[in-house]
Design a protein around this ligand. Structure first.
Ligand code: IMP
Length: 177
């Protein structure tokens, strides 16, 4: 069993769909303002390791839009909470190049073990309008193959997503020990 430290129910459901034996623990940790997702995850996992006795994981993600030079990137949570999907669509108004990528960095640790990190990416495009009611965050404005992530079931999202990839990488690593 792994403790997934997150306040985000959507992330937890995705992890559960892959790992099965995982528990959500919303004990919180410091999300530092850094230049990379890796730094955020590396700082957070050290803190979480001290708080819980057992295998622990955290995951940090971001949306990187090509034409906005990678924005909102490491500011994704703040931007979502302030201008939201409507704000992103407004920033993208009239921009033809809609390419964007979701990135995920997962940190995992056990007592007495150096944390280990796994990554995943999902390439797609920013839509013109939000579509779909599933998922969370930027899912309604991010499309892959004509469908937004919010129009997909969790299992379908997990098969292609950044987080699906980082969680599957952890699963493979655990199985190969
Ligand atoms: P964090 O990983 O919780 O820091 O996420 C940063 C921001 O990106 C938050 O506003 C999340 O809602 C959003 N986000 C993270 N993962 C996803 C995803 O899989 N789909 C859509 N939005 C996401």
């Amino acid at each position: 069993m792994i403790y997934f430290v997150t306040g985000n129910r959507g992330k937890f459901e995705e992890a559960k769909g892959i790992l099965g034996d995982v528990e959500q623990r919303n004990v919180g940790y410091t999300e530092i303002q850094a230049d990379s997702l890796e730094e955020v995850a590396a700082f957070g996992i050290e803190e979480v390791k001290e708080k819980l006795d057992g295998p622990v994981m955290i995951e940090d993600a971001g949306l990187f839009i090509e034409s906005l030079k990678g924005f909102p990137g490491v500011y994704s949570a703040y931007i979502f909470d302030t201008i939201g999907n409507e704000g992103i669509l407004r920033l993208m108004d009239g921009i033809e190049d809609r390419r964007a990528v979701f990135r995920s960095v997962l940190g995992y640790a056990e007592p007495g073990m150096e944390p280990i990190f796994f990554r995943g990416e999902l390439e797609g495009e920013i839509t013109a309008e939000p579509r779909g009611s599933g998922g969370f965050g930027y899912d309604p404005i991010f499309e892959v193959g004509g469908k937004t992530i919010a129009e997909m079931e969790i299992a379908e999202k997990n098969e292609i997503s950044h987080r699906g990839a980082s969680i599957c990488a952890l699963e493979r690593w655990l199985a190969s020990r």
